[in-house]
Ligand binder design. Structure first.
Ligand code: PMP
Length: 362
């Protein structure tokens, strides 16, 4: 069996130790004689798995007691709609920072349903830097401010957490950077993340929200949309994605017990990203357009100076066991996603390959 280095933006690499544990427990979960996939979500066994996962996530992120953690479905994309439904029950205008493709999708979804005020935008700098804090201009009746902590396609990451008036909750899509480093959860009203990058497999979405916000939902939404209904039912209004929840729990245990927590994870992630950006900056062939303070640790897009080399680059990378380096179809070029489960050796292998490819094509 050979495991290649997988730089996919999502669904993304999972830690080998997690996959091995899942394999070992696949047919017979800890002597129960059945797989987690075959358990009732109402069983004592699954309840223990679900509660343990939440506890471990709370430990990792030091989530304060007045925050609820929800394990939902529908991807981060459903959160684009659930947010306005849940936070606009008392009126007001949702505010957004526009930093690229994912924030724009969140804005478009809000606009389909309600309205949206763009409080700040990176469009005038070609999406190469996030707006500075002083550029954020809220509407008078702001119901919340939403931003995308890390733009997965653009490779643009916030280097600060916006400061808001106390009555305006801050909402953040952290799909591609949650758990990549420590986070002060108390600064946020709502954080959400699709699982398929740093949490686990696709099919699960984690929402972390301050409990006073549960009161703000509209009365006319489907129950599966309601944070309050989901919170009251322990995320089990209906059958949750049990196996994805279990795998997320294994990832949380790996982060706690094998990596040593998010500060240790951040050290590794910082080194991985710095090494790759340095290699890009030192080369004549590769380039990345993002302002250094906003360069994403998790998603590193880069282009080759000569487009005719793209196909050969991807083909030879794959032969070298370096998978999924093709950039998003909307922007082209290359992208290396360096999520938590991509080891430092994988990044070194990628850099070695890139240098050799440049030398051969000079
Ligand atoms: N937000 C961000 C930042 C993302 O990277 C993605 C997926 N790549 C999404 C939202 C959408 O996630 P999903 O496919 O889980 O709906």
């Amino acid at each position: 069996m050979t495991r290649h280095y997988n730089f996919c933006a999502g669904p993304a690499a999972l830690p080998v130790a997690v996959l091995e544990r899942a394999r070992d427990e696949l047919l017979d979960y800890r002597g129960r004689g059945l797989s987690v996939m075959e358990m009732s979500h109402r069983s004592a066994e699954f309840n223990e798995i679900a509660e343990r996962a939440e506890r471990d996530l709370r430990d990792l992120l030091a989530i304060p007691d007045n925050y609820r953690v929800l394990f939902l479905q529908g991807g981060a994309t459903l959160q684009f709609a659930m947010l306005p439904y849940n936070l606009l029950g008392q009126g007001g205008t949702p505010n957004y920072i526009d930093t690229g493709i994912w924030s724009k999708k969140a804005i478009d979804e809000a606009k389909r349903l309600f309205s949206a005020h763009i409080a700040a935008s990176s469009r005038d700098n070609g999406l190469s830097a996030v707006p500075r804090p002083e550029a954020i201009a809220l509407s008078d009746d702001a119901a919340y401010l939403h931003y995308t902590g890390n733009e997965t396609i653009g490779g643009l990451e916030f280097d600060y957490i916006p400061e808001l008036p106390e009555d305006v909750p801050l909402v953040c899509d952290l799909s591609s950077s949650i758990l990549s480093r420590p986070l002060d959860v108390s600064r946020f009203g709502v954080i959400y993340a699709g699982a398929q990058k740093n949490i686990g497999p696709a099919g699960l979405t984690v929402v972390i929200l301050r409990d006073d916000l549960l009161e703000r939902g509209r009365a006319d939404m489907p129950s599966l949309f309601s944070y309050q209904a989901m919170s009251e039912a322990g995320s089990m209004v209906n059958t949750p994605p049990t196996y994805a929840w279990y795998l997320a729990g294994l990832v949380f245990q790996w982060l706690k017990n094998e990596v040593g927590g998010l500060a240790a994870m951040a050290d590794i992630n910082r080194r991985k990203a710095q090494k790759l950006y340095r290699a890009i900056d030192e080369s004549q062939l590769y380039s990345n357009p993002i302002d250094p303070v906003n360069r994403s640790w998790m998603n590193v897009p880069f282009v080759l100076a000569e487009e005719r080399l793209n196909a050969g680059f991807l083909e030879q990378a794959e032969q070298a066991g370096l998978l999924n380096l093709k950039g998003h179809r909307s922007v082209g070029g290359m992208r290396a996603s360096l999520y938590n489960a991509v080891p430092e050796e994988g990044v070194e292998a990628l850099i070695g390959f890139m240098r050799e490819f440049e030398r051969k094509n000079a």
